[in-house]
Design a protein around this ligand. Structure first.
Ligand code: FES
Length: 246
């Protein structure tokens, strides 16, 4: 692959632009949204308690792994997979390159550094590990679906609580986030001149359709996974009561 290096004009200063719109609003919203989630997730991971209540298990702690010699929160045995998956996600790269690194702050707004070599050299070349994180995230999804099934079981009786619906919604959104992943789309039909069968093409079209809304799935699943942990935590701490629908 040819690597191109783009030199910026020496007359451009950081943040310089001819744009007259509120271009800074989008990176600001990204910064606040991602920043709040990062702070909450880090705090919740360090707690190491209040992550289960009744049939509910917080997604931050799923699957629950208990190792005798592990003295830290069990969340740390799990969270590096979804954290790596999101950190290397093609959509989130755009979001945090703009909002945290201001590199570039927005389209047609000048960045601080002098040349751009893309993600073809250290350290950004490691972003290519995303496809492997997809495998890890898919395995975690299997555990989350198991948790959803367990969330319908109240002491051996079928039941549905608000928490059941929250865990279900969370896992559905995370599934859509993974199914709309660019790497997954590539896995289905990338690098092909023609599809082997019409069935494969149909799946590719469906994945492409989900992929068009990847940003939507990224934000909604991020919000919901944080809220699902918060909901279970509030129940475990005795601050909230779970409402049984069935
Ligand atoms: S590109 Fe976003 S999860 Fe794969």
């Amino acid at each position: 692959m040819t690597i191109s290096t783009i030199e910026k004009s020496p007359t451009q200063n950081f943040g310089e632009t001819q744009r007259k719109d509120f271009w800074w609003l989008e990176p600001l919203v990204y910064f606040i949204g991602l920043g709040c989630f990062l702070l909450y997730a880090t705090w919740a991971a360090f707690q190491g308690k209040n992550y289960e209540w009744g049939p509910y298990l917080s997604p931050f702690y799923s699957p629950l792994i208990t190792i005798e010699w592990w003295k830290f929160s069990p969340a740390f045995l799990i969270l590096w997979i979804p954290a790596g998956f999101r950190a290397t996600c093609y959509y989130y790269r755009k979001a945090y390159y703009r909002s945290f690194f201001m590199d570039p702050p927005a389209c047609a707004v000048s960045e601080g550094r002098k040349k751009y070599t893309g993600e073809t050299s250290f350290p950004l070349i490691f972003q290519n590990i995303h496809r492997y994180f997809l495998i890890g995230a898919t395995i975690l999804l299997c555990f989350l679906w198991t948790d959803v099934i367990k969330a319908f079981n109240f002491n051996g009786q079928f039941g549905v609580g608000v928490g059941t619906l929250i865990l279900l919604a969370n896992t559905l959104l995370l599934t859509m986030y993974s199914l709309s992943c660019h790497s997954f789309r590539h896995l289905i039909g990338g690098c092909l001149d023609s599809f082997k069968c019409g069935y494969q093409h149909k799946i590719y079209e469906k994945v492409s359709c989900a992929n068009e809304h990847h940003m939507f799935w990224a934000w909604t699943s991020l919000f919901m996974v944080g809220f699902a942990d918060f909901y279970v935590r509030m129940l475990a701490m005795g601050i909230w009561m779970d409402f049984r629908i069935i």
